[in-house]
Design a protein around this ligand. Structure first.
Ligand SMILES: Cc1cc2nc3c(=O)[nH]c(=O)nc-3n(C[C@H](O)[C@H](O)[C@H](O)COP(=O)(O)O)c2cc1C
Length: 116
């Protein structure tokens, strides 16, 4: 959904970045209070010379976000993390229960971040 709004193809994290990017949109869900280990590994393995700025996004059932854990990893690597992020709560996207307001938030986030 976010990829559509940004008019870019969303790629799974098992595909490493091949070319330098100005903006990397990185995100995922929260599982058992944690960011998925594969997502953390992806962040740990990012090449700081290839990424100018990371925009974080994520979904969770409750109030948790991927922000704290991923920002810690990216800070250590001196990769800039934008203050602008998108965290949606109370949803199970695979079940399609994202609401109209949340869809607007996705669209707003995409619009804001491309014009920054
Ligand atoms: C196995 C499992 C464990 C989860 N654990 C948590 C959790 O500890 N805290 C939370 O807020 N959400 C939790 N969730 C909810 C997910 O973070 C949320 O549904 C997320 O949007 C799922 O994204 P996905 O459908 O792309 O996997 C869990 C979901 C699953 C399937």
């Amino acid at each position: 959904m976010l990829g559509n709004q940004l008019k870019i193809e969303a790629k799974p994290i098992d595909q490493p970045l091949t070319e330098p990017v100005d903006r990397l949109y990185l995100g995922g869900g929260i599982y058992n209070l944690n960011v998925d280990e594969h997502l953390k590994d992806y962040a740990r393995n990012l090449d700081p010379t290839k990424v100018k700025e990371v925009f974080l996004f994520g979904t969770s059932g409750s109030v948790f976000t991927v922000g704290k854990q991923l920002t810690k990893i990216l800070d250590k690597k001196h990769i800039k993390v934008s203050d602008d992020h998108l965290y949606l709560h109370g949803i199970m996207p695979k079940m399609g229960n994202i609401n109209a307001h949340q869809k607007e938030e996705v669209a707003g986030f995409a619009k804001e971040t491309v014009t920054e």
